[in-house]
Design a protein around this ligand. Structure first.
Ligand code: CDT
Length: 343
């Protein structure tokens, strides 16, 4: 039986250090309206959707730094974010939004929440596990920094899949004798750099995930971050960065038999930092179903059938029949590389 769903990535163009929160929220509301006109039931916004990607800056003023953080417990009620969630509820659209979270214990996390319009509340929260970049800025004054290890603590909530209620008509409910692939959609969230790590995807795959959501801010040209073995022009580097973005979304969707939605913050932030576009929706067979054409605010939309996940989950990647966990020990017992002995 088809389990169709209309989903969208809300790609956002640049947000600058000088951008005002109310203007950013207004842009997000405009994107929601566009998605609603297409019939979208679920819209994904980017990583740190409410601010510029501030971890590229060395911020020494505590007051300025705090201005980029929000509280997860008040994200739906604080005056400078409430209008977004109110509109989502009014339109009946579930949204996932990334933001820098200041926890009650003072820790910073790179976080996203999933807001269910039907439930009128946040039903899932994810904190970015893989924090790229460095704690200290590069010595090269022209380098693009990524100081996430300075401002954030690695996520401590794991990769917890969850079900989003009332998106698919006729979905089996709690308490029923539920056959796999008949219930409310199973979702998982990750943030930017996480998408490059097969481990997180597999954690979701092992929970039967049907759609993975991933917001991102990815520099198009950042040789100090990416490495410089093969010199590239900024244009070549950006093509490569988009290629790697799609590669991991397509490959991991295929290997975990799930759809994926990815939403970029794109374009030139602060007149200097170019972020890739490439927001896309991929299928469980690894194909790109829809993708952004610009590096501006843009809705990427597709109607999907979750039934398409069954082929991979029941055949090639039927984990229970084919996985061999007795052979995968290093995955959870070893962090770095241990090379084999010389002959
Ligand atoms: N925001 C984020 O995580 N960006 C990283 C840049 C990589 S730095 C080597 C990304 O993986 O896209």
């Amino acid at each position: 039986m088809p389990r169709t769903l209309k989903i969208a990535a809300a790609q956002m163009g640049p947000i600058h250090l000088t951008s005002k929160r109310e203007d950013t929220i207004q842009r997000m509301l405009t994107l929601l309206t566009s998605a609603s006109k297409l019939g979208a039931q679920l819209v994904l916004f980017p990583e740190t959707a409410l601010t510029t990607f501030f971890p590229r800056h060395l911020i020494t003023s505590p007051e300025e730094l705090e201005s980029y953080f929000d509280s997860a417990s008040t994200i739906t009620t604080a005056p400078n974010t409430k209008p977004l969630f109110d509109e989502a509820q009014k339109l009946g659209i579930d949204i996932s939004v990334g933001f820098a979270e200041r926890d009650t214990d003072g820790q910073g996390y790179n976080t996203c929440v999933y807001y269910s319009a039907k439930e009128a509340k946040v039903i899932a929260k994810y904190r970015k596990v893989h924090l790229p970049g460095t704690k200290e800025p590069f010595e090269n004054p022209d380098a693009v920094n990524q100081l996430e290890k300075r401002y954030f603590t690695p996520g401590n909530l794991g990769f917890q899949a969850f079900r989003a209620p009332d998106l698919v008509p006729g979905a089996a409910k709690k308490g029923a004798e539920v056959k796999a692939g008949t219930g409310d959609p199973i979702l998982g969230m990750m943030i930017c750099n996480d998408r490059r790590w097969a481990e997180g995807w597999r954690c979701y795959g092992l929970q039967g995930v049907e759609i993975v959501l991933c917001g991102y801010n990815t520099a198009g040209f950042a040789p100090d971050l990416w490495g410089t073995r093969k010199p590239m022009t900024p244009e070549e580097a950006e093509i490569d960065a988009v290629f790697h973005h799609k590669l991991v979304m397509q490959g991991n969707s295929y290997m975990n038999s799930c759809f994926s939605v990815s939403a970029a913050k794109a374009g030139m932030e602060d007149g200097k930092y170019d972020l890739i576009g490439g927001s896309c929706i991929t299928t469980p067979e690894g194909h790109v179903l829809a993708e952004a054409k610009t590096k501006d605010d843009e809705i990427v939309f597709a109607e999907i059938d979750l039934e398409d996940c069954r082929q991979g989950k029941e055949k090639t990647f039927d984990f229970v029949r084919h996985r061999r966990i007795d052979q995968y020990g290093p995955i959870t017992t070893q962090t770095g590389v241990v090379e084999p002995e010389y002959l």
